[in-house]
Ligand binder design. Structure first.
Ligand code: FE2
Length: 496
């Protein structure tokens, strides 16, 4: 494998792309992707894929054409890194430099917001796992101000970049981790990323590393993998953030189920040890498997009554070893040698005499799984992901669509490329009038397109590929004038 996917991209362009095939005329919003694109400068570099400096890429669709623009986020981290002064990040940082970790989380939290791009009210923000967001202009991709929560609500040192939008209210739900003594998980809701409503604080002796979580209509589920840290040492020790965590499989994986209304922890069932990054979707149903008291009216914005079972779909790996495998040395040498992800379904049964959890495999060999934004927190059929070998021998070169009910799957395998996270864009968009949340529309769930970036190493550049959601076959592609390094997450903004 060449290392074109992990090279520093120093060109910023604004260009109309040549489209081959046919783009649907209803596709008239923008895909904004976020990911690392500067890995070294002035002879110094980051150690890990997760620590490359953030670049935004926008693909704007209009009248069957695609316009592409990319720009680095001009953050404090970027300014330092481009001078060769690489900031301590998620997995970069020398143990010899005392208290570098503290600077990552506390003094001036790390602002290399390279994970997600999201819209909060009228503002677009780039996010990472510190509570310091960076605003950007969604059209020019110019960097704006730092945005942090205001007020005296309980808050943490580490944030979750994968906030989940509640489809009934349009508000985001997320959590932060407070280190030190005491240590807590703080769950909150926000609309604008400035003010927030405190939902719950859950004391924890040794916090787990959790990259995402599950949201259902009535519950927040924190999936506590047995990858844990001493919360005092976290604030005082040297080295990189992730180096402070220990893998303790004997703990198992604990599901902390929080009632969103009362803020109380209603159950903490435990299952076998695993690790993971991304939750795909979650919902509630009764013990017969029926979704809890849900209307079929697509414009109905009434939140379902609490169900007795929580279905939590997430991508797991056997242990936290995959973090080390994503160091740049190993990625560039092609020496991955780890297990790929698997889509697993965990069903948490809530009973008066104690909760239990079961685990079932939906599909083996995945990375960066996603689902339709219109099925969030509701029963759904389709997950989309990068398709990986098992174990992983090379960067994913195919995409897979999985029917999570029947386990049937479809593969898209282009001849020359390596493909990134697939983003499903539904053809219909429905907005409930009272709350600004989203409701599913009539028609098949997979009526839409899947957007992904493909890196063609032999041609030396990337493509935007557009697949038909239903058949999972390619319907168009557009040539990008350079090679986009492998990135993390994209959001499609219909309004943009
Ligand atoms: Fe992520």
């Amino acid at each position: 494998m060449s290392d074109l996917g992990f090279h520093t991209l120093d060109s910023e362009v604004d260009a109309e792309l040549r489209v081959e095939g046919d783009l649907p005329t209803w596709l008239d919003g923008s895909l904004v992707r976020n990911g690392p694109a500067l890995f070294e400068a002035e002879g110094n570099g980051v150690d890990h894929w997760f620590d490359g400096l953030a670049m935004l890429h926008r693909f704007a669709f209009e009248d069957g054409a695609v316009r592409y623009r990319n720009r680095f986020l001009q953050t404090e981290s970027y300014e330092r890194a481009s001078r060769g002064d690489v900031p301590t990040g998620f997995a970069t940082g020398s143990a010899s430099m005392l208290r570098k970790l503290r600077s990552f989380l506390v003094d001036a939290p790390y602002d290399n917001t390279n994970i997600v791009a999201e819209r909060f009210a009228d503002r677009y923000l780039a996010l990472t796992e510190t509570p310091r967001h960076v605003a950007f202009d969604p059209r020019t991709l110019a960097t704006g101000d730092h945005v942090q929560y205001a007020g005296d609500q309980p808050s943490g040192h580490q944030a979750c970049a994968h906030l989940q939008r509640d489809p009934w209210t349009g508000r985001f739900v997320s959590f932060e981790v407070e280190y030190g003594r005491p240590a807590n998980y703080h769950v909150y809701e926000t609309s604008d990323a400035v003010t927030r409503r405190h939902v719950a604080s859950i004391p924890v002796r040794e916090p787990a590393y959790m990259h995402s979580f599950a949201l259902t209509p009535n519950y927040v589920v924190l999936t506590e993998f047995p990858f844990v840290v001493d919360p005092v040492a976290m604030l005082t020790s040297a080295g990189a953030f992730v180096d402070a965590f220990r893998w303790e499989p004997e703990r198992g994986t604990r599901f902390v189920v929080v009632d969103r209304n009362s803020g109380g922890v209603v159950a903490t069932p435990t299952t076998t040890a695993c690790f993971g990054f991304h939750h795909v979707n979650a919902y509630e149903r009764d013990v017969q498997g029926r979704p809890g008291e849900q209307s079929d009216d697509p414009t109905d914005d009434v939140r379902p009554r609490p169900g007795a079972e929580l279905v939590v779909d997430l991508e797991t790996v056997p242990d936290a070893e995959s973090l080390a495998a994503l160091s740049l040395d190993r990625l560039r040498s092609g020496d991955l040698g780890v297990f790929g992800g698997a889509l697993d379904r965990f069903v948490v049964a809530l009973r008066a005499d104690g909760a239990s959890v079961t685990r079932e495999r939906l599909h083996d060999g995945t990375a960066l799984p996603t689902a339709s934004p219109l099925r969030r927190c509701r029963p759904y059929r389709y997950a989309y992901a990068q398709a990986t070998d098992q174990p992983v021998t090379e960067w994913p070169s195919a995409l897979v669509k999985v029917d999570v009910e029947t386990r049937e799957s479809w593969t898209y395998d282009p001849p020359d490329g390596h493909v990134g996270e697939p983003v499903f864009v539904p053809r219909g968009e429905a907005t409930t009038p009272r709350t600004g949340g989203t409701a599913p529309v009539d028609g098949p769930e997979d009526d839409g397109v899947v957007l992904a970036v493909e890196l063609d190493e032999s041609a030396g550049h990337s493509w935007l590929v557009v697949l038909d959601g239903e058949s999972f076959e390619e319907r168009a592609r557009a040539a990008v004038p350079h090679a986009i390094p492998y990135d993390f997450h994209g959001r499609y903004f219909p309004e943009l």
